[in-house]
Design a protein around this ligand. Structure first.
Ligand code: BGC
Length: 351
């Protein structure tokens, strides 16, 4: 080999060695000096409904903005799975566990497990009963139920009501139900309305809501109004009504402001829904989780709530009732696009 070529080869090999050497050194010193990102675990009971995917995404976005690292596990409506998944999260050295419990009672063992490992726990959207939680953050769920019942009873002050509650394992369902009853009781006492049927949908399964309505209609029951505990159940109720050509004759309310729920409202098959600003909830929960993880003092804006055993610090966000006349609230908040909501209905005239 000519000397010039030899020198060229030598330069090449030297620079390759030094570059990879530098990279190795950089990695080594970085891992020694750079602090590892704070890990937060999110154990979510389900992603079945549209809203939970937003909760997850907004929560992840905010944790990332704050320099944390998020590990998410979805329990698919299964308590045992949630238990195992939290075990896994704890093994990943998370500092805070944010949990949407599948089972309001049994999740207390999960909390115990986390506390034993020195991990703080935030009950997100759904309360865990009898557990030593560090925080509960949610919406005013009694208000959600009151908004739904108020809206309905203002339109149908007399008649036959049907109530389809959500999962009996979800604490929120009892709060929604309390809200319905707070409003309806007076009308029931005065015999203006009658609840001809009330049932619960296991794991919030829309098929159950569909089946209940089918059965009632096939028994020739006269239904004037239906409270469906969320928009997924309302969708199934309306599907069953539609098969009997009764979709816009029976008044149906739901909640969550799902896109399809909003579409049904502007199309006229659903009366109203309740909008819960998910971004606000998820961002606030992420802020508080990161503050907890770094040992910062928390400034909680709310009254403690009793969960059967402990008074838990809590923050509660107010929901907003939505009908065809104030759909703009949702659009302005960027929750849905106008053209998606009015896919099959004309835009209302702007004044
Ligand atoms: C939430 C609702 C949701 C339902 C079903 C409830 O706990 O508050 O927003 O639709 O669970 O997942």
């Amino acid at each position: 080999m000519k000397p010039a070529k030899l020198i060229l080869w030598a330069i090449c090999i030297f620079s390759m060695l030094t570059t990879s050497g530098c990279q190795w050194w950089n990695r080594k010193t970085h891992s020694l000096s750079e602090p590892q990102p704070i890990k937060i675990g999110l154990s979510i009971a389900t992603l079945q409904e549209e809203r939970w995917r937003r909760d997850r995404d907004y929560f992840a976005e905010r944790i990332r903005q704050l320099g944390g690292e998020l590990i998410v596990q979805n329990a698919n409506n299964d308590h045992q799975k949630q238990l195992q998944q939290v075990d896994y999260l704890l093994s990943q050295q998370i500092k805070v566990l944010v949990i949407v419990p599948h089972d309001l009672n049994r999740a207390a063992t999960i909390v115990q497990q986390a506390k034993k490992a020195g991990v703080k726990v935030i009950s997100y959207d759904r309360l865990i009963r009898n557990a030593d939680l560090d925080l509960y953050i949610s919406f005013d769920n009694i208000k959600v139920g009151e908004f739904m019942a108020e809206y309905l009873v203002n339109r149908i002050p007399r008649g036959n009501y049907v109530i389809i509650n959500g999962a009996p394992t979800d604490n929120n369902c009892y709060m929604f139900n309390q809200g319905y009853k707070n409003v309806l009781q007076r009308y029931l006492d005065e015999k203006q309305i009658e609840i001809i049927f009330e049932a619960w949908a296991e794991d919030w399964r829309p098929e159950e809501a569909y089946q209940y309505i089918q059965t009632l209609l096939s028994q020739n029951k006269k239904i004037d109004a239906v409270i469906a505990a969320n928009d997924s159940l309302a969708s199934a109720v309306i599907e069953a009504l539609a098969e009997w050509r009764m979709a816009s004759n029976v008044m149906v309310v739901g909640h969550d402001a799902d896109l399809s729920g909003c579409q049904r409202i502007v199309e006229g098959t659903q009366l109203m829904t309740v909008y819960k600003p998910i971004r606000k909830l998820a961002y606030r929960a992420a802020d508080l989780a990161m503050a907890m993880a770094t040992g910062k003092e928390l400034k909680i804006d709310g009254q403690p709530i009793f969960n059967g055993k402990h008074f838990i610090k809590s923050e509660i966000i107010t929901p907003i009732p939505i009908d065809k006349d104030n759909m703009d609230v949702i659009i302005k908040d960027g929750f849905h696009h106008r053209e998606d909501i009015y896919l099959n209905a004309p835009y209302p005239r702007q004044n």
